[in-house]
Design a protein around this ligand. Sequence first.
Ligand code: ZN
Length: 159
Amino acid sequence: MSSSSSNSRSSIKGSRRLDPKFEYVNCRCGISAPCWEAWRIGTLDPGRRFFGCSRYKDPNLSCNFFQWAEPPYTDRAREVIDELKRKLDVKSGEIQRVNEEFSFAEKKVILLNEELMISKKKNKEYEVLIVKMEKTIHWLKKLFVVVVLVMLVVFVLIM
Ligand SMILES: [Zn+2]
């Protein structure tokens, strides 16, 4: 097992397996080596196709077979890919910022809802208090009328 073969095995990780019709019957295991697309982070030529041992997940069974299925990308293609990556990074950053703002706004909504619930509860308490006060005022008005009547009667009797 050479160091280059162990590198090739790690390059399968994070890669995308293609349609089975691309399978290539030439693995050292004797089974067919599928065609993959290299999508591992840091890959020089993302999407470049290669054949790799299908048993790569098990280091004890894998023969570490690896073979590029197509030539490396041109410098121009790599330039374009790098530019697209930069643009994607900018957009990803923007999306992340928007997501952060959104989650901040969501937390604020939750806090405001809690405050609203507390206010509603307090409002109910005040309403109950107002009803009690109104009853008391009503009762006092009646008492006042009775007292005035009693005073009038007393006044008339005295005169
Ligand atoms: Zn193999």
